[in-house]
Design a protein around this ligand. Structure first.
Ligand code: CTP
Length: 457
């Protein structure tokens, strides 16, 4: 999903009914997606005889709805979820039979049921034999949809028809249908931008390009104890780190997820290490890094955890009473990712040189900034990272707990790349694309190349 284009960020429900022109649905999905739309497809039972649901699922990235009685895996009613979340319904091609059902409110298939249940604008593009389109029954049904229901009709065109005859009945040109959808939506606000509320996307199949790699991901926010019941924490939910762990698993990696305070479900298949405080996170990281035998314990570290910058110097052993007030003395925490980079580069904690760990791990940091990303490139240099994923958490759709993220990625070569607003899983896969590239380069260049030691501070 991109936010550019005339349908950026919109969910369009495409209803396909049983006409020979149903095959054009594939191209219509492509055109709608090129305008930035997220498309979910609904088929009437007869449409499934013209087009394979699997092809439409692969193209749209959503499971195809074809059974009006079917429930989604999460128990929600498929066509109601579509009706409630879509920005427009477009029925193309619409057969004479479907027009008749719709004009009479007969909700026997998912497309009519969705139209009945939705307050979104509806665009209808009929396609059929010329005589059928000219029949008074069809004319009356079309008029009812247009004049009583307020649906926008995209008239069929004249031309050769499936019967071999010439007539008015060919599905309108696809760009004309797209333009009608754009016009029908006008400047209405996006109804539901949250992918968690929309019909779920099916994960695109990915190559197992991380098979044989060990990826360590940190997620969530650390909690620094004030007393046995209170802590200093942050707003991180762990959603981004968990998305990276899930994406890495799907690409064949062995994954260790070091979880600080995480409030989303943890992925099955990852080795989970719980770490509440910065000190525990440090211990878990150093244990995963290993290195006693000169070998790095992982191929890549994605440091998505929000690590506390300060910790109470002397947490109380018993619960503090409200009393007259409280003054906390805080000490800065060590920079964990910078320490991992230093150890991997062959420096011990006292700063003495030894052999760099082999193979050199690829290390990705995150930076949650507010207002400007100006500090990000300096942060990458200072910490000695391969990649820094920076976002402005003050921006709508990019904050803590959000399902989406708009990030800018900085790399060691000084390049920066701004990505559009994307679901966190897509951000995760793009980050892993870069990790795969960096690992391949590392392996090509020789595994023991020492990393620059600019991260000392
Ligand atoms: N990080 C870390 N240890 C810390 C603080 C941060 O390893 N004590 C990691 C984070 O997990 C993240 C990256 O460093 O991957 C950047 O975090 P950020 O909080 O933006 O960096 P800071 O070093 O805290 O910089 P500043 O306080 O100047 O914003």
């Amino acid at each position: 999903m991109t936010v550019d284009g005339r349908l950026g960020g919109r969910l369009i429900a495409l209803g396909v009914t049983g006409s020979i022109a149903a095959y054009k649905a594939t191209e219509l999905i492509r055109l709608l997606a090129a305008e930035g739309a997220d498309v979910v497809v609904m088929l009437t039972p007869s449409a499934t005889r013209f087009v394979a649901p699997l092809a439409l699922e692969a193209l749209s990235g959503h499971a195809v709805e074809s059974d009006v009685l079917a429930l989604l895996p999460d128990g929600r009613i498929g066509h109601i979820v579509i009706a409630d979340t879509c920005d427009a319904v477009v029925v193309a091609p619409a057969t004479a039979s479907w027009l008749g059902a719709m004009a009479n409110g007969l909700a026997g298939d998912v497309v009519t049921a969705t139209c009945l249940a939705s307050s979104a604008p509806v665009v209808v593009a009929p396609a059929m034999d010329g005589e059928m389109y000219a029949h008074p029954a069809t004319t009356a049904n079309v008029a009812r949809l247009r004049d009583t229901f307020g649906y926008r009709i995209v008239e069929p065109e004249e031309g050769p028809l499936a019967s071999g005859q010439l007539g008015v009945g060919r599905l309108a040109a696809l760009p004309t249908i797209v333009a009608a959808v754009v016009a029908a939506i006008g400047d209405r606000p996006v109804r539901t931008a949250d992918p968690a509320v929309r019909p779920a996307r099916v994960a695109a199949p990915r190559p197992a390009d991380l098979a044989g790699r060990h990826v360590v991901v940190t997620a969530g926010g650390t909690r620094e104890p004030i007393d046995p019941v209170r802590f200093i924490g942050n707003r991180s939910t762990g959603r981004m780190g968990v998305a990276v762990a899930e994406a890495a698993l799907a690409r064949g990696a062995e994954v260790t997820l070091i979880a600080a305070g995480v409030s989303v479900d943890l992925p099955a298949g990852a080795a989970i290490v719980a770490a509440e405080t910065t000190a525990q996170l440090r211990a878990a990281l150093l244990s995963a890094l290993g290195g006693a035998d000169g070998r790095a314990g992982f191929d890549a570290l994605v440091m998505a955890a929000a690590v506390a910058d300060f910790t109470p110097i002397a947490p109380a052993d018993t619960k503090l009473a409200r009393g007259a007030g409280l003054r906390l003395d805080l000490a800065p925490t060590p920079d964990l990712v910078a320490e991992v980079v230093r150890i991997a580069a062959g420096l011990d904690s006292a700063g003495a040189s030894r052999r760099p760990l082999s193979p050199r791990p690829i290390i990705v940091g995150f930076a949650a900034e507010t207002g400007s990303l100006d500090r990000a490139a300096g942060k990458l240099q200072r910490k000695g990272l391969d990649l820094l994923v920076a976002n402005d958490v003050a921006e709508p759709g990019s904050g803590f707990g959000s399902e989406t993220n708009r990030v800018t990625v900085f790399d060691r070569d000084g390049d920066r790349e701004a990505w559009p607003l994307l679901p966190k899983r897509d951000v995760a896969d793009r980050i892993l694309d870069r990790v795969v590239r960096a690992l391949d380069e590392r392996d090509t260049m020789g595994q023991t190349e020492p990393i620059e030691q600019e991260s000392q501070r």
